[in-house]
Design a protein around this ligand. Structure first.
Ligand SMILES: Cc1cc2nc3c(=O)[nH]c(=O)nc-3n(C[C@H](O)[C@H](O)[C@H](O)COP(=O)(O)OP(=O)(O)OC[C@H]3O[C@@H](n4cnc5c(N)ncnc54)[C@H](O)[C@@H]3O)c2cc1C
Length: 464
């Protein structure tokens, strides 16, 4: 095992440049993926350097966790701290303007009844807990330090990482392996030219936090609500400090239709007014802070790992936030990633199997959720969600999937297949509606210039 050790490296001019620090692992980014893998690897005795461009606590969107995420919090041992800052989330409410009734699904009714709840969290606090935990486990955490360049070695021996601190100082690391957990900045995927736009999906979001929102009563208070409307859907995420996060996920061309003289805040409020049941709950609400928008381009990357690097979480793929799967997939990728790094650095006999498992897990999460994400605004899917039946345990299987229970042994897949068959049969019986919906979707997901530019590598967050 290598420990940190500084060695002066000569610059091209012959003058001594800043020392290059040897380390086992450099992790780019201290979000859920980066902090989790750092904690796991440091806990196993590796020398881990985590470079984070921001200073925690810092704002991040993505506040609704999944029940399957709870077990992962036990292993970095932060479950109690997350419980203290989280709002209990026991289920999902679906509200559709095209249906009379509302539907509430409880995770306790999923196939596996042992994971009945999750939390809604302020990501600033949640991510702070995770990065502190990484430091507590022994990772060297450098905040306010942006990775600028990575030179990977093809022989699998790692690479050189150059980073810049807020004060302008340049830091250089020679790592045996580089882990990219830079989120939607997709640092390495951009550098390697490996990022691919998802041709099957495209959406954008605007969001803000409100106080005085009418919430569901009692135990349902912390449920996430999904409200469909003409241009997409809204999330409604109640937080434990009394604020409620509201976000509109809409087609990029809708976001683009904002008139020049309408501020983002006005446009957001106009959009909320289009969804009467949501507007009702916000009757007495007040917007806290500003409204933000993000061009939420769906993408994946050709490879999740190479001889000297790994990509985790959003640094590998992002699809859409509708099933709140992002944080869970990011943290789960850190667990399989930690296993692969351990094998590469210490257990060569296991590398092949660990690589296969890592690749499989990285593809599986986005793939299983994508089938539902692509169809969530389809009227047939909406009908099925609004009147969920449990034939062949279909409802239990769907709830398990929505809970994130997709990597274990819960035998949901035959029932998920039955659900998909029911969807296809219903679509065929409503052929005209199905074709109309397909045509509309093709137009809706077209590329337009949204905040940040449609091909911008980094997400754009535009203040009101
Ligand atoms: C509109 C919207 C709503 C969402 N809602 C949800 C939700 O309700 N639930 C959910 O689970 N997920 C949600 N997500 C997804 C969720 O935000 C992400 O999937 C999750 O944050 C991914 O974690 P990560 O660790 O991979 O990346 P991130 O959390 O993005 O962390 C990446 C970190 O890397 C740092 N970084 C980036 N570049 C560099 C660099 N060059 N050098 C150093 N540091 C760098 C960043 O500052 C950041 O701290 C949502 C996403 C969007 C866009």
């Amino acid at each position: 095992m290598v420990t940190s050790q500084a060695a002066a490296s000569p610059s091209a001019t012959g003058r001594s440049a800043s020392p290059t620090i040897n380390t086992d692992v450099v992790v780019i980014g201290g979000g859920p993926a980066g902090s989790t893998i750092s904690a796991l690897l440091a806990g196993r005795g590796f020398h881990v350097t985590l470079l984070e461009k921001a200073h925690h606590p810092r704002f991040h969107i993505g506040e609704s966790l999944l029940p399957a995420n709870m077990a992962l919090l036990e292993r970095p041992v932060v479950a109690d701290e997350v419980a203290a800052l989280g709002m209990e989330k026991w289920g999902i409410e679906f509200v559709s303007p095209w249906h009379e009734q509302r539907t509430t699904l409880e995770f306790g009714q999923a196939w596996d009844k042992s994971m009945p709840m999750a939390y809604q969290v302020r990501r600033a606090d949640f991510d702070h807990v995770l990065i502190r935990n990484a430091a507590d486990k022994g990772a060297e955490v450098v905040e306010g330090c942006r990775v600028r360049a990575v030179a990977l070695r093809d022989d699998g021996s790692g690479g050189l990482v150059t980073a810049e601190r807020d004060d302008g100082a340049t830091l250089r690391y020679d790592a045996r392996i580089v882990v990219d957990a830079s989120g939607r900045d997709t640092f390495l995927a951009n550098q390697l030219g490996a990022k691919r736009k998802n041709k099957a999906h495209n959406s954008a979001a605007m969001y803000g936090h409100f106080e005085n929102v009418e919430r569901l009563p009692g135990k349902l208070e912390g449920n996430i609500s999904i409200f469909w409307f003409a241009h997409g859907w809204f999330w409604f995420i109640p937080l434990s400090d009394g604020a409620t996060s509201i976000g509109a996920v809409c087609w990029p061309h809708y976001l683009k239709s904002r008139a020049r003289d309408r501020s983002l805040e006005d446009f957001f409020m106009d959009t909320i007014a289009l969804c009467v049941p949501l507007a009702e709950r916000l009757k007495h609400a007040r917007l806290l802070n500003g409204v933000e928008a993000t061009g939420n381009y769906s993408y994946t990357t050709t490879h999740a790992q190479g001889p000297s690097h790994l990509l985790l979480g959003d640094a590998f793929a992002f699809v859409d936030p509708v099933f709140s799967s992002g944080v869970y997939l990011a943290m789960n990728s850190a667990f399989v990633g930690a296993d692969l790094v351990t094998a590469r650095l210490n257990e060569p006999a296991r590398v092949k199997a660990a690589t296969r498992r890592f690749d499989r897990v990285m593809r599986k999460g986005p793939r299983e959720f994508s089938w539902f994400i692509y169809r969530v605004t389809n009227p047939t899917m909406r009908d099925l969600f609004m009147a969920p039946k449990n034939v062949f345990r279909v409802r239990e299987a769907l709830l398990s999937l929505f809970a994130g229970d997709i990597f274990g042994k819960t035998p949901i897949w035959p029932s998920v297949f039955v659900f998909k068959s029911i969807y296809w049969i219903n679509s065929a019986f409503n052929a005209r509606r199905t074709l109309d919906a397909l045509r509309r979707r093709r137009v809706n997901i077209r590329d337009v210039e949204t905040p940040g530019g449609s091909h911008a590598p980094a997400p754009a967050r535009v203040a009101a």
